[in-house]
Ligand binder design. Structure first.
Ligand code: HQG
Length: 185
């Protein structure tokens, strides 16, 4: 069978993000404590919801080819979850790790004053998202407006006892970044 059009898969991937990170109730499913959804039920309920038609092969293709490797199957392939980015309280068993000395966060210029007052906070998500390169930070920042990039003194944060986690798909996460560790570049 021919592979599904990449644009269609991209749209379904965005819909999957909504379901697996923010709003499983949209299709009437629940995630377990660790953020897993049952694969058979997910496929059935997406099809019943009606916006997209999907089968297991398409889901496997999305997981394999997603540009940011946003999703993982459980080892036995019966469950699926988003690797990070949740706004609902799930424990995706993030691995605590020692960060590079410097990490980056891209945001919009219009948030600058507030960030310099309150530091970086997770807003609607569970963690502040950081990257190890400025290119990724710039792309993330552009999603919100005119991009600016903050450099984060992750080494000092680590020394001072802040915890960092590295998601399965290479995103650095921490609960918050106080202003003293931030520098706009
Ligand atoms: C900002 C995408 C005012 C923060 C990306 C950001 C990422 C503050 C926005 C992932 C603030 C939240 C996450 C403060 C933080 N005052 N604004 N004190 N503290 N902010 O979308 O980091 O494609 O929740 O700077 O690639 O932009 O979805 O977070 O601008 O990895 O897989 O509040 O989402 O990945 O926005 O993006 P978001 P984010 P996916």
């Amino acid at each position: 069978m021919a592979k599904t059009n990449p644009q269609t898969l991209k749209k379904i991937s965005v819909f999957l993000s909504l379901i697996l990170r923010h709003s499983p109730q949209t299709i009437g499913i629940k995630l377990d404590h660790h953020g897993w959804a049952d694969v058979d039920e997910l496929i059935k309920k997406i099809n019943r919801h009606g916006k997209y038609k999907i089968d297991l092969k398409m889901l496997q293709q999305i997981v394999a080819e997603d540009s940011k490797q946003r999703y993982s199957f459980s080892q036995d392939g019966t469950k699926i979850r988003a690797n990070q980015g949740h706004s609902i309280p799930v424990d995706v068993e993030l691995k605590k790790d020692i960060p590079p000395d410097i990490l980056y966060h891209g945001t919009a210029e219009r948030f600058y004053d507030s960030i310099m007052q309150k530091g970086l906070v997770p807003m609607s998500r569970l963690y502040v998202h950081l990257s190890k390169d400025t290119k990724t930070a710039e792309t993330v920042g552009k999603r919100h407006g005119k991009p600016i990039i903050f450099e984060i003194n992750a080494k000092q944060m680590q020394t001072d006892g802040y915890e960092f986690f590295l998601s399965e798909n290479g995103v650095w996460l921490t609960k918050a970044v106080p202003t003293k560790y931030l520098k706009k570049i």
